[in-house]
Design a protein around this ligand. Structure first.
Ligand code: TA6
Length: 314
């Protein structure tokens, strides 16, 4: 076992791609591929997988891996000049040899620091120098925390602007039994109607067809209730005002080569994001965006958003 210690193991994954396995004493684990800086697995103490990874996911760079937590940077979606969702998910990251201290993960022993920088080829596509530091950590309670710190290292005095998302694929038992709480009555941009703006109705969100919505200025906490599994995912976010909700449903599922025809029944993307108001950084300025996800056993009770857990430390 090519391990550094019981909490962090460096090894080879699918197609020999480098990956890191994080483990916590009580049996939680997470897997991160250096390709894309992408989490592809998060398991609880019962070894149950909590994230969705497509049955047809392709592990062949530069193709993005379908599932887990792809990182959309420096562009969310396809509304600007770069490829869909930017290039961070299609690049090879490296282990950060000299990570700055990260206060918010003080209690965690199972963590890895990755780094992505501009490349000479990359400058031809996006003419900016940057450092993107990503810490992926498992808390002793099994919460999965991702902290991104992006710094503008341009030497020509130029600022740069970007949008961002943690494109998290949650594993669910049956999409038609899932409810999302925390986005009621909010405005959203509908990606299926050319980003036209609407206001969400007052109840928790349920699913019976394709959905692709960008909710604006959401609360910092959103809950995904999987009634059948009696499980609630809590998504807590910081520095990421928006949230994207996506399920391709049947037709789009069939159209995606790296997605099983029935896979849409067992996944839901709820993505902590910054889309509506892009972030601009001057040289040497740094932005921080953080998400923490928890999976808690929950007895379904509408309107009660946070079952039995401690408040978010932020
Ligand atoms: O986050 C939702 C979304 O932007 C959808 O529009 C859909 O395209 C999805 O991302 C998947 O994008 P991908 O480029 O990974 O196929």
């Amino acid at each position: 076992m090519a391990s550094e210690n019981v909490f962090v193991e460096h090894c080879k994954g699918i197609n020999g791609l480098d990956k890191v396995i994080l483990r916590e004493i009580r049996g939680y684990s997470a897997e991160v591929y250096l390709f894309g800086g992408q989490v592809t697995s998060w398991k609880n103490e019962h070894r149950e997988e909590l994230l969705f990874l497509s049955s047809k996911a392709i592990f062949q760079p530069p193709k993005a891996i379908r599932g887990g937590i792809p990182i959309c940077f420096p562009q969310f979606g396809n509304m600007d000049s770069l490829e869909q969702h930017g290039f961070a998910r299609n690049r090879l990251w490296s282990v950060d040899p000299d990570p700055p201290p990260c206060s918010s993960h003080a209690s965690s022993r199972a963590f890895i620091d990755l780094i992505l920088r501009h490349s000479e080829d990359g400058l031809k596509i996006w003419p900016h120098r940057f450092e993107f530091r990503l810490r992926v950590a498992l808390s002793p309670a099994g919460d999965l925390m991702l902290t991104s710190r992006i710094r503008n290292t341009n030497t020509d005095g130029k600022s740069f602007t970007f949008t961002f998302a943690y494109h998290t694929y949650f594993s669910v038992s049956d999409i038609s039994e899932v409810r999302v709480e925390g986005l009621e009555t909010l405005d959203y941009l509908d990606n299926l109607q050319n980003r036209k703006r609407f206001t969400e109705q007052g109840d928790a969100i349920t699913f019976e067809s394709e959905v692709d919505k960008i909710y604006l200025s959401t609360p910092t906490k959103i809950a995904i209730l999987d009634h059948e599994r009696k499980r609630t995912f809590e998504l807590r976010k910081d520095g990421l005002p928006d949230a994207v909700v996506w399920n391709p449903w049947d037709k789009k599922a069939k159209a995606m080569v790296d997605f099983g025809d029935e896979d849409y029944k067992h996944m839901l993307c709820v993505e902590a994001a910054c889309v509506e108001k892009p972030i601009t950084l001057k040289p040497s300025e740094e932005w921080k965006g953080r998400q923490e996800i928890l999976a808690v056993p929950s007895s379904y009770c509408s309107g009660h958003l946070y079952p039995r857990r401690v408040p978010f430390t932020g």
